[in-house]
Write a protein that binds this ligand. Structure first.
Ligand code: GTP
Ligand code: MG
Length: 375
């Protein structure tokens, strides 16, 4: 279910028409996490970027243990719940168990083809008496699910280009702006100089929403206010990011549907305009998908890929009642890297995608200690 109407009232404030840089804080960093301090260049050697340094308290908080585990986050998913109860209700290894498993996978948005393939392969193995009992079958299921996801576990590397330009696209309410806020926090905590471009000039309040994330994370936001030309905002932002020595520029864009031809063309224009400054930009086109949209996500990706070369995916809202299975459907259909998953609304709720942690978070805990080990 889309949640884009849940915007905070403060976001309704009017947007500036001037290009402007959101205030950035230059913190004192006496207690920065040791590992972070090691990779940070001394302040005097990077005067252009010192304003980007993470406030010490927030960096420490990000590094602190005690985050909720993948299992805790995914426990409410349709996938976890239906599989959990299936093996309790049906501990006997037989064809009925496999029929129910197939239904559970389809219901959890894994997709009909992938579910059928998975179950038929398990059925053959069962008939060859490869499995001694239901837990053995569950272990084989885990392996098969992992084999589907492992190839798309490809973390996003933002080093190597300066600035590394990430263009964030997707339909309305998918979680683009929130994901950008979380990415800004993550990369800033890694001592990278991050800048944001307010390229959603279509929806009222979008610029303010991004600025709020910028202020919260002490990351500059380049904007020209609502109704400005998105391509020109992002072009200006890349120029600013270059002159200020930023490491990463993340560009927000308006949510759009494939039926909105003008808006879809705008994405192509943004990419073309960026190439005037850097022939390889954008270095990553990150498509954000709402994990609760089910099989519809597959057609969304197909449509966006045709317009703008999507290079990575983020699947959001897997914490709530999302079924989770769409991640398998996407992996099977496209093989596109899944860079991150959103497991909540706060700044630290974005995790680099880990196939094993994800699969184990969805499967019943009875699979063994291994499943408990992911934080
Ligand atoms: N539970 C949960 N909520 C999320 C997650 N990511 C985003 N949201 C929520 O989803 C809603 C929409 O997020 P936005 O970031 O505004 O989505 P958007 O794609 O930028 O929307 P538009 O700009 O309107 O296209 C907000 O209420 C977010 O808090 C997530 O991982 N988990
Ligand atoms: Mg947005």
């Amino acid at each position: 279910m889309l949640k884009f109407w849940k915007k905070k009232p403060t976001e309704a404030a009017s947007a500036d028409k001037q290009t402007e840089h959101a205030a950035a804080v230059a913190p004192e960093s006496g207690v920065l996490h040791e590992a972070l301090a090691e990779i940070a260049a001394p302040a005097e050697t990077r005067p252009e970027t010192e304003r980007f340094v993470a406030p010490a308290a927030e960096a420490a908080e990000a590094a602190a243990p005690g985050r909720r585990s993948w299992r805790e986050r995914l426990a409410d998913s349709g996938f976890a719940r239906s599989l959990g109860s299936l093996f309790v209700r049906h501990p006997k290894l037989d064809d009925d168990l496999l029929d129910e498993l197939e239904t559970a996978l389809i219901t959890a948005d894994v997709g009909i083809e992938a579910s059928t393939e998975l179950v038929e392969s398990l059925r053959k193995r069962m008939h060859k008496r490869e499995f001694a009992d239901a837990p053995a079958l569950l272990a084989a299921l885990r392996q098969a699910l992992l084999a589907l996801l492992k190839p798309v576990e490809q973390p996003l590397q933002v080093g190597g280009r300066k600035p590394f330009v990430v263009l964030v696209v997707g339909i309305n309410g998918a979680g683009k702006t929130t994901t950008i806020g979380k990415l800004a926090r993550r990369w800033r905590d890694e001592q990278r100089a991050v800048m944001l471009a307010a390229g959603d000039t279509f929806r009222a309040a979008a610029v303010e929403q991004l600025k709020t994330w910028g202020e919260r994370n002490a990351v500059p936001v380049i904007s020209q206010g609502q109704d400005a030309d998105a391509a020109s905002v992002i072009f200006d932002a890349l120029q600013a990011a270059r002159s200020r020595g930023a490491d990463v520029l993340i560009a927000d864009t308006a949510g759009r549907l494939h039926t909105q031809g003008g808006l879809m063309d705008e994405l192509g224009k943004i990419a073309r305009v960026l190439k005037k400054l850097d022939a390889d930009a954008p270095h990553e086109v990150l498509m954000v998908i709402d994990g609760t949209t089910g099989q519809n996500a597959v057609s969304q990706v197909r449509q966006f890929r045709q317009i703008v070369g999507v290079t990575g995916l983020v699947v959001t809202k897997l914490d709530g009642t999302a079924k989770g299975g769409v991640v398998f459907a996407l992996a099977r259909e496209f093989g596109l890297p899944i860079r991150f998953v959103g497991l909540g609304e706060s700044a630290t709720d974005l995790r680099p995608f880990e196939a094993a942690a994800f699969v184990d978070g969805l499967l019943p805990a009875s699979l063994g200690g291994e499943a408990q080990g992911h934080d």
